[in-house]
Ligand binder design. Structure first.
Ligand code: XMP
Length: 511
C-alpha cells in the first residue's frame, strides 16, 4: 500500500492512478491525518502531493516532521517537495520567479531517483515558491530557471522529492520517475493486477458472506455487472440479482439488461417495475441533491421489498453495489474530500439501511473495473458500455421530473445514441449525456409558426476515469444529423445546443 497524502487540487487523484499503473495499490488520505494513523495503515511508502497553497500562508496545510523519522520512504511532489524541504531544515523562498506549464530543466546528477533519466529536458511545473537550499545530507539533482533545486534525494533515509509534476502526461518520463521511487527507493512490488484484485475480492466476499444469501442491485451499467460477476464467482447461486425499473431509464434499457446479462452470466434475475414509486416520490422536486437523495432512498426501499418477496421474513442480509472510488470521493466519502454531489449509492443512502453492503469495486477507478470485467470473462459489449448514472434521466431533466418530460428526453436521447453508434464513436466518446432544460424556454420557428419550446443539450465527453473530462470534438456532420432529427422528431424541442466545458470546472452530468 502506498498512501498519497492529498494537499488539495486534483493532483492526488492523478498520482494515485499513476502508482496503480505501476501495479502498486494506492489510496488517497487527507493531509489532516496524523502520522500515527498513517503508520497504522502500514504503508510501504508515502507520497506527498502537490497543492494550491503557498507554504508561507498562515493556515497552509502542513506536514508533521515526525513523518520523516518513521523509516517509511517518502516522496514529495511540488508542494509536498517544499514541505519536505522546509520540515528537514532546507530553505523554501518566494524567489519572484514563478513557473507554470512546460519548463526546461537541467539534470546535474541522476542519483538514484533519476538514474537513466539524464535526458529529461522539459517538465510540467506549477509553483510560485522554490527550494533554494536542500536539507543537510540531501543531494540536489536538478535545477530550472526558477527552481535552483528542482529535485533532491537522500537515498539512505529513503527520502526524495521533485518540484515538477511527474504525474501529468506533459512531463517527460514522469511515470519512470514515480516508478524509480516506488521500486528503487521504497522496494514496492508490482503485484496489483486484475487477477490479484479478483482473487483478493473473491476470498474477502466468501469470508464476509459465509452461507448467507446476497442480493445484487443491477443497473445495466458496467460497474454493477462487474460487481455481480465478481460476487457470482465467489458465492455462485447464493446470489440473486435484481433490476429496478425506476421509470428513469433510457429507451430499451430494461429489455437490454434482461436479455444481455442473464444470457451471458446465467444469473438469477428479478425485475421489479417501481416506476410509480419513484415518480410519485420525485413529484414537484427540482433541486438536484434532493432528487439524488430521494432516488437513493427509494432504491433501497425497493431492494428491501424485493428481498422480502424472495426470502420472506428472513430477509436478505447483504446487498452488492457497484460503487467506484470516484463515487466515494465525489460524495465526500474519501477522507476529507468535499461533497460535490451525492452519488445515489453513497451519499444518497438512507440512515436506516437494513443491508450490509458489499462493494467489491469501492477502491477502483473505472478503467480498473473494466480490466476486472475482462478478467472475469465478460464480453466487450458489456465491459465497454458507456457509463450511465444510477439516477438515470432523473438528473438529466433540469427542473421537475414528469412523465411527459421523461418521454421527451428518452426520445431525444435514443436519437443521439443511435447516431453516435452509427458514426462508430461509442468507444472514443466516454459518454454523452443528453439533457433537457425543462425550466428554460426559447423561441423558435417551425413550420409557419412561432414555437416556444425547450433546449436539449448534448454533452459528449472524453475521459479516463470520469474524475476529469474534456468535451469531445464530434464531427459537425454528426452534430447536424442529431440536431435535425431531434428537432424534427421531438415535439417541444426547438433548439439543440452543445456543451463545450471540460471537467473541471463543470461536472459531466448537469445535476
Ligand atoms: P459527474 O457528473 O460527477 O459524473 O462528473 C462522473 C461520472 O459519474 C456518473 N454519475 C453517477 N453514477 N450514480 C452513478 O451510478 C450517481 O448518482 C451518479 N452521478 C454521476 C456520471 O454519469 C459520470 O460517468
Amino acid at each position: 500500500l502506498v498512501l498519497v497524502v492529498d494537499y488539495g487540487a486534483q493532483y492526488a487523484q492523478l498520482i494515485a492512478r499513476r502508482v496503480r499503473e505501476a501495479h502498486v495499490y494506492s489510496e488517497i488520505v487527507p493531509h489532516a491525518m496524523s502520522v500515527d494513523e498513517m503508520v497504522a495503515k502500514k504503508p510501504t511508502a508515502i507520497i506527498l502531493s502537490g497543492g494550491p497553497a503557498s507554504v508561507y500562508v498562515p493556515d497552509a496545510p502542513k506536514v508533521d516532521p515526525a513523518l520523516f523519522s518513521t523509516g517509511i520512504p517518502v516522496f514529495g511532489i511540488c508542494y509536498g517537495f517544499q514541505l519536505m524541504a522546509g520540515a528537514l531544515g532546507g530553505t523554501v523562498e518566494h524567489t519572484g520567479t514563478s513557473e507554470y506549464g512546460r519548463t526546461s530543466v537541467a539534470i546535474d546528477d541522476t542519483g538514484v531517483l533519476l538514474h537513466d533519466l539524464d535526458d529529461i529536458s522539459s517538465v510540467w511545473m506549477s509553483h510560485g515558491d522554490s527550494v533554494t537550499a536542500a536539507p543537510a545530507g540531501f543531494a540536489s539533482l536538478a535545477r530550472t530557471a526558477g527552481a535552483p533545486i528542482a529535485a533532491f534525494e537522500a537515498p539512505e533515509r529513503k527520502l526524495a522529492g521533485v518540484q515538477w509534476h511527474p504525474e501529468v502526461a506533459h512531463t517527460e518520463r514522469g511515470q519512470e520517475v514515480i516508478e524509480h521511487f516506488l521500486f528503487d527507493f521504497a522496494g514496492c512490488k508490482p503485484t496489483w493486477t486484475s487477477s490479484s484484485i479478483v482473487d483478493d475480492q473473491v476470498s474477502r466476499i466468501r469470508a464476509q458472506v459465509g452461507d448467507k444469501r446476497v442480493l445484487c442491485a443491477l443497473s445495466g451499467g458496467v460497474d454493477s455487472a462487474v460487481a455481480a460477476a465478481l460476487v457470482q464467482r465467489a458465492i455462485g447461486d447464493q446470489l440473486t440479482c435484481c433490476f429496478i425499473d425506476h421509470g428513469l431509464l433510457r429507451k430499451g434499457e430494461a429489455e437490454q439488461v434482461k436479455h444481455d446479462f442473464v444470457q451471458i452470466t446465467g444469473v438469477d434475475l428479478v425485475v421489479a417495475d417501481e416506476s410509480e414509486r419513484f415518480l410519485s416520490a420525485l413529484a414537484g422536486v427540482s433541486e438536484p441533491e434532493a432528487k439524488r437523495k430521494i432516488i437513493g432512498r427509494e432504491f433501497i426501499r425497493s431492494f428491501e421489498d424485493v428481498a422480502r418477496q424472495i426470502a420472506g421474513d428472513k430477509g436478505i442480509d447483504f446487498l452488492v453495489q457497484g460503487t467506484l472510488y470516484p463515487d466515494v470521493v465525489e460524495s465526500g466519502g474519501g477522507d476529507g474530500a468535499a461533497n460535490i454531489k451525492s452519488h445515489h449509492n453513497v451519499g444518497g443512502l438512507p440512515d436506516d439501511l437494513q443491508f450490509t453492503l458489499i462493494e467489491p469495486l469501492r477502491a477502483l477507478f473505472k478503467d480498473e473495473v473494466r480490466a476486472v470485467g475482462a478478467e472475469l470473462g465478460l464480453p466487450d459489449s458489456m465491459v465497454w458500455r458507456q457509463p450511465f448514472p444510477g439516477p438515470g434521466l432523473g438528473i438529466r431533466i433540469v427542473g421537475e421530473i414528469t412523465q411527459d418530460r421523461l418521454d421527451l428526453l428518452r426520445e431525444a436521447d435514443a436519437i443521439a445514441r443511435e447516431e453516435l453508434t452509427a458514426a462508430g464513436l461509442d468507444r472514443e466518446v466516454w459518454q454523452m449525456p443528453v439533457v433537457l432544460l425543462a425550466d428554460v424556454h426559447s423561441v423558435g420557428v417551425q413550420g409557419d409558426g412561432r414555437t416556444y419550446g425547450h433546449p436539449i443539450v448534448l454533452r459528449p465527453v472524453s475521459s479516463e476515469d470520469a474524475m476529469t473530462a474534456d468535451w469531445s470534438r464530434l464531427p459537425y456532420d454528426l452534430l447536424e444529423k442529431i440536431s435535425t432529427r431531434i428537432t424534427n422528431q421531438c415535439p417541444e424541442v426547438n433548439r439543440v445546443v452543445l456543451d463545450v466545458t471540460s471537467k473541471p470546472p463543470a461536472t459531466i452530468e448537469w445535476e
